[in-house]
Ligand binder design. Structure first.
Ligand code: IPD
Ligand code: CA
Ligand code: CA
Ligand code: CA
Length: 267
């Protein structure tokens, strides 16, 4: 295993322990609101601190970008860690056991290492640039569907961006009409990991942040899939609008999404 992936795995497992311990005593967890429908708990913060500490010990000069504490600029900006300490906070605070730790490393602007850890199931998804993607050490691959018929597509509702509800529902409806079924499980990181593992055939969501998608994007690519924005371009990190699937299915998903984009989502 690449030494930096090894550190990422150690950090993710340490955060996983913090998260599971608190999940068993949810009544003690403090929850605050960051904005409309946007929550953060003491566990998000504690898990993030545990991850930063692990990475800082080995790589004191790297830049670290985290959901909760923001950017900590390192003297060596060639290495950027992008961290979501707890993806699926709404599930976590409601007692729904589906959430993950997501850690990615970019080297000179390119995704290089990725870990998504589901601490409840003990599932560790990893990827290294050019080396494929694994689940608990076993190779995983994106399912190579040609058409939407027979597929299950994961998605996230735009609960922080309710101005896009109408457009989103139109996209959802167009896809729902052609697929077998859809899933809204509540963790974008796991949605992407599940695309990589072939558990779902595709994923799309509006308005995600770099920490939601960085590790998942490398997993999908290394598992043989494609990640784009809603126009088929590669502006997904900036726009936050993301589609992931096999190369062939991507065309079919985009065909259903495109007519409903409007100006706001055409990026
Ligand atoms: C959220 C989850 C959710 C997605 C949201 C994300 P958080 O991340 O990934 O599935 O629909 O857009 O913000 O806030 O729980 O880390
Ligand atoms: Ca959050
Ligand atoms: Ca997230
Ligand atoms: Ca989070």
């Amino acid at each position: 295993m690449h030494p930096m992936l090894n550190i990422a795995v150690r950090a993710a497992r340490t955060a996983g322990k913090v998260i599971v311990r608190s999940f068993e005593q949810l009544d003690k967890v403090e929850i605050e609101s960051k904005g409309t429908n946007d929550f953060v708990s003491s566990v998000d913060i504690n898990a993030e601190e545990a991850i930063i500490e692990t990475i800082r010990k080995s790589y004191p000069d790297h830049t670290i970008i985290c959901e909760e504490s923001g950017i900590s600029q390192g003297s060596n900006d060639d290495y950027q860690w992008i961290i979501d300490p707890l993806d699926g906070t709404t599930n976590f605070v409601k007692g729904i056991p589906h959430f993950a730790v997501s850690i990615a490393l970019k080297v000179k602007g390119k995704l290089d290492q990725a870990v998504i850890f589901d601490p409840i199931r003990g599932e560790l998804f990893t990827a290294s640039r050019g080396k494929g993607a694994q689940l608990n050490g076993f190779r995983i691959r994106v399912k190579n569907h040609k058409e939407l018929s027979g597929t299950v597509i994961a998605t996230g509702f735009p609960f922080k961006h309710k101005q896009h509800t109408q457009a989103y529902m139109a996209m959802f409806g167009a896809l729902f009409a052609k697929t077998s079924d859809m899933r809204r499980a509540g963790s974008a990181a796991l949605d992407l990991a599940y695309v990589a593992a072939g558990r779902v055939d595709g994923f799309f969501e509006i308005g995600l942040k770099p920490w939601d998608t960085a590790a998942g994007e490398l997993l999908v690519i290394e598992a043989g899939g494609l990640v784009t924005d809603f126009t088929g371009g590669h502006n997904q990190t900036k726009s936050g609008n993301i589609v992931a699937s096999s190369t062939r299915l991507q065309k079919e998903i985009l065909k259903e999404i495109r007519p409903h984009l409007g100006e706001a989502l055409s990026k």
